[in-house]
Design a protein around this ligand. Structure first.
Ligand SMILES: Cc1ncc(COP(=O)(O)O)c(C=O)c1O
Length: 391
């Protein structure tokens, strides 16, 4: 008689509440102990076993010197071929960078000059704005449409404004989009590539969330559509999908037409990823597929649970159904909070922490971002608390 294999556990149900509350990183470490934190993009999971084993081996043997070789780059090449059907990606196009934010700032700095414009689609990940402005570039906003798609007509107008007088400009694309979980379609990305070619805008695509795509949706890597000039960059990392923000390591990928820029980038001294970060993220890409599938099943269940809870307890909150990521964009504007930011109101009154909508800039007022990468029990408790506070 064959014994049926026991189903693998949902990674989101493994850490206990007490274990989470003992964590010191931002999600559980920043606010008062009675607050349920559903904000910053960390997940309530333990390590994927192959990642834990890779780290344990390095720590047991003291293998924590400087990184060398291209194992991390190669692991992305294999993952991209197998998971995203992207066979042409090659190691020569990839360079390691300390983390994704450093990577997109460096790419933008490489192709623009101080005072040049960088186009961003709000509502968008707040460090898009802060780090771009911190690097001395000017943000040109092109808001997403009401259903959170790229507004191609508005994007063209933004490209036109940004490049007026022949100035260089960059477009910081978020694919998949944070905070809405929008997956840009191949057709939309082809239109973006055509506009970028027409106006000479350099695309820098932040694709950190790319492994976090549900089975009913398709992710299109930006560099696979940009065949006309192929002078774009993409930023990849395993850190969001395997919850490795504390041991970051990212990869800057250059399209064929950006290879000279990449050579220029490599010729200047700079830091790459740390050894521990690269080891962990290589293990994630090469051996973390089954864990990722289990995680995605748990996140998919939470995506549905969140929809059901909102329908039952908070029917006036508009929930944008995420096609990817564990983040969702909630519209609280039907509630009269006297003009207060919903996240501040809910922190105080519900003891639930969400991300502040206005930080995501245009379109953010009255909204908040929720991180549903937690156990169904915590998610349920958080929504019930919010419902009681808004009653
Ligand atoms: C779109 C996006 N880019 C970058 C980051 C941060 O990447 P890193 O920690 O590697 O700098 C995040 C984190 O949530 C993100 O959502």
């Amino acid at each position: 008689m064959t014994v049926p294999a026991s189903p693998r556990p949902n990674p989101l149900t493994i850490p206990t509440l007490a274990a989470l509350q003992a964590r010191e990183s931002a999600k559980w470490g920043r606010f008062e102990p009675d607050v349920l934190p559903l904000y910053v993009a960390e997940m309530d999971v333990e390590f994927a076993p192959p990642v834990r084993d890779a780290l344990a081996k390095a720590i047991a043997t003291g293998d924590v010197g400087y990184r060398t070789g291209t194992a991390y780059e190669e692991s992305l090449v294999t993952f991209a071929r197998e998971r995203w059907d992207w066979p042409s990606l090659a190691v020569e196009h990839i360079v390691g960078v300390p983390d994704v934010i450093t990577g997109y700032v460096d790419a933008i700095t490489l192709v623009t000059e101080p005072g040049d414009a960088v186009i961003i689609n709000p509502p968008a990940y707040p460090p898009f704005f802060s780090f771009v402005e911190g690097a001395g570039r000017r943000v040109e906003e092109s808001p997403l449409t009401a259903d959170f798609r790229i507004d191609l007509a508005d994007l063209e107008a933004a490209f036109q404004r940004a490049t007026a007088g022949g100035r260089p400009a960059a477009y910081l694309l978020c694919n998949p989009h944070n905070p809405t979980g929008t997956l840009h379609t191949r057709a939309e990305l082809e239109s973006v590539a055509a506009l970028a070619a027409r106006y000479g805008v350099r695309v820098v695509a932040d694709e950190i969330h790319a492994p976090l795509v549900y089975s009913d949706a398709t992710y299109t890597p930006y560099l696979t559509v940009d065949s006309e000039r192929a002078d774009a960059f993409s930023l990849m990392s395993a850190s969001k999908a395997w919850n490795l923000a504390g041991i970051p390591a990212a990869l800057l990928v250059a399209g064929e037409g950006a290879m000279e820029d990449l050579a220029r980038y490599k010729s200047v001294p700079r830091h790459g990823p740390s050894q521990l970060g690269a080891l962990a993220q290589t293990a994630a890409y090469t051996q973390g597929g089954p864990w990722l599938d289990d995680l995605l099943a748990g996140l998919d269940a939470n995506r549905h649970l969140l929809g059901a809870l909102l329908k039952e307890h908070l029917p006036e909150v508009a929930y944008t159904w995420p096609e990817s990521t564990y983040l969702a964009w909630l519209d609280f504007s039907a509630y009269d909070l006297g003009g207060e930011d919903p996240s501040e109101f809910l922190h105080r009154e519900a003891r639930v922490m969400l991300n502040s909508g206005p930080m995501f800039r245009l379109g953010g007022a009255g909204h908040a971002r929720i991180n549903f990468a937690t156990s169904p029990a915590i998610l349920t408790e958080a929504i019930e608390r919010i419902a009681r506070a808004l009653r």
